[in-house]
Design a protein around this ligand. Structure first.
Ligand code: FAD
Ligand code: SF4
Ligand code: SF4
Length: 481
């Protein structure tokens, strides 16, 4: 059957068709179309079936990529789905949002001479097809267990853990402060990268599998919230998967002028607007229509803000980054998409001050130049004396990264240990300093990627299972003794 493979010499790489920039600027729909069956089969057949598949090595989930590519090339899509979903709880989501150019596809061996196999698009095709054909069935555990697990946070880490724990028969309850399931998949990542029905179908699947959701239930000590102690009392083990939401600040003059906003607040307002949800009066002003927008930052969040502002009808959108294109953390593919849609990138530029009376009118910036590599090997930058100038801006969006909220204080749990970065400390088995309380995803790793959150969620489920089994056995032994 391998004669269906190794076609990378005769067949060129074809990514899924992209809607034209002019059309996609006008809506929030996904920009890539789905592969047709013929195209998926054809593109999967380009894989050279490496003995040591670097694509899998560089996939955080270690996905069995060559095997599901071969099954796809043979038209055995249901089997490809079974295999791909064995290692990845949400393959269609990763196929859409993973920065494949830095992960699996960036390390595909045919990349250097023939352009990589289109792994992400095929992974997405397989699971989209599985949903269309009804192959995605609710989880049916072989037997039920009495033990109940409380998960705080319905982002990818919490959901991946829930599915694995449910498959082992645990009673799983997920708490989230929002009314929608998905965490940053819903409220952070814009629909043009990930349409929200792709998350709703997994929510339905988990509910049909017996996972119980407590939505609109924040955990904390504010009015209407459930205390951490209460949740801990209700369950045999707890998983904290609350992500990181505290925006990094820029301490320069004018930082608190109106119109100088944080990226996530802007993106959450935009996503809520597309759902038709109620917005606070501040959030309802976070709209780029007709404005000169300046986005600060070079990561994927900055790209999402740039492209959202274009879709909202901004008069102009500029992205300022203090390094160059080669040294930015964001995905190259996303920069290209943003440029096609009309964004202007200004490299080697850093903000110096926001100018205006009450509302921002301009950003004063400095030109930078490359310096020596820093301790991490990354190129440093230095300001060029006397190079300052201003850029017009009615809306400035700061996309400078996120840090964890101080959970020990917010939850009145001084024993909950944190690292020097403020992330939750966990041992080798994903357990925090509180017995039976585990943590996974961005709250442990710091701001990261969906695929790592899924991996952490899958892993922590195993650790919770082992901890419950070990503790049950030891308590039975203690009773006997
Ligand atoms: P989250 O997704 O943040 O979920 C945490 C959940 O916990 C949320 O639902 C939150 O409401 C809930 N919660 C928090 N505190 C409480 C509380 N006290 N009580 C109850 N519930 C609580 N990654 C990619 O791989 N590709 C991308 O293209 C990409 N784009 C991104 C774009 C943006 C704008 C941002 C901000 C991030 C992006 N990421 C991307 C990163 C990715 O979204 C995160 O790494 C991932 O979602 C982390 O998953 P998580 O489950 O740890 O946390
Ligand atoms: Fe690539 Fe992400 Fe899929 Fe892994 S999960 S194969 S990195 S797209
Ligand atoms: Fe196929 Fe590329 Fe993976 Fe090799 S590295 S197995 S060619 S997808």
């Amino acid at each position: 059957m391998t004669n269906k493979m190794l076609k990378f010499v005769s067949l060129s790489q074809r990514q899924p068709e992209k809607r034209s920039a002019k059309i996609r600027r006008a809506d929030f729909d996904e920009i890539y179309k789905k592969f047709t069956s013929d195209r998926a089969v054809e593109q999967a057949s380009r894989c050279s079936q490496c003995g040591v598949p670097f694509c899998s090595v560089y996939c955080p989930l270690g996905n069995n990529i060559p095997d599901w590519l071969m099954l796809t090339a043979q038209g055995r899509i249901e089997e490809a789905y079974r295999l791909s979903s064995a290692t990845n709880t949400f393959p269609d989501i990763c196929g859409r949002v993973c920065p494949q150019d830095r992960l699996c596809e960036g390390h595909c061996v045919v990349e250097s001479s023939f352009q990589s196999v289109t792994i992400g698009a095929i992974e997405r095709y397989i699971t989209d097809t599985a949903f269309e054909r009804g192959w995605v069935k609710p989880i049916a555990p072989v037997s039920e267990r009495d033990h109940s697990i409380g998960i705080i946070g319905a982002g990818p880490a919490g959901l991946a853990a829930a599915s694995r724990l449910r498959a082992k028969g645990f009673q799983v309850h997920i708490y989230d402060r929002y009314d929608r399931v998905g965490g940053l998949l819903v409220y952070g990542i814009p629909s043009f990268k990930l349409e929200k029905h792709n998350i709703t179908r997994w929510h339905t699947w988990l509910e049909e599998s017996g996972v119980v959701f407590h939505l609109g239930r924040g955990i904390g000590s504010r009015e209407g919230e459930l205390s951490f102690e209460e949740v801990r009392f209700r369950h045999n083990a707890i998983l904290i998967a609350t992500g990181v939401y505290k925006p990094r600040e820029l301490y320069i003059p004018g930082n608190y002028l109106s119109g100088v906003e944080h990226a996530l607040a802007y993106l959450i307002a935009s996503n809520k607007r597309t759902f038709g949800e109620h917005l606070s009066s501040h959030a309802s002003r976070l709209d780029a229509k007709g404005k000169s927008v300046v986005v600060l930052g070079g990561g994927d969040t900055a790209m999402d803000c740039v492209r959202t502002a274009i879709r909202q009808g901004a008069a102009s959108v500029k992205c300022l980054y203090r390094r160059d294109r080669d040294n930015m953390p964001g995905s190259r593919r996303e920069v290209q998409n943003a440029e096609e849609e009309g964004a202007i990138f200004e490299w080697f530029i850093a903000p110096e001050a926001f100018l205006g009376q009450d509302h921002v009118k301009d950003v004063r910036v400095l030109r930078m130049m490359p310096g020596l590599p820093d301790a991490s090997g990354r190129q440093s930058v230095e300001p060029i004396d006397g190079s300052s100038f201003t850029i017009k801006a009615d809306l400035v969006i700061k996309a400078l990264g996120f840090d964890p909220e101080p959970l020990p204080q917010l939850w009145q749990q001084p024993e909950l240990a944190v690292t020097d970065r403020g992330t939750l400390y966990v041992d080798n088995f994903s357990m925090t300093s509180l017995p039976g309380v585990f943590a996974a995803g961005d709250i442990v790793r710091g701001a990261s990627l969906v695929v790592w959150a899924i991996r952490d969620g899958q892993e922590v489920a195993l650790n919770i299972q082992q901890w419950i089994e070990t503790n049950t056995v030891s308590s039975i032994t203690a009773e006997r003794e």
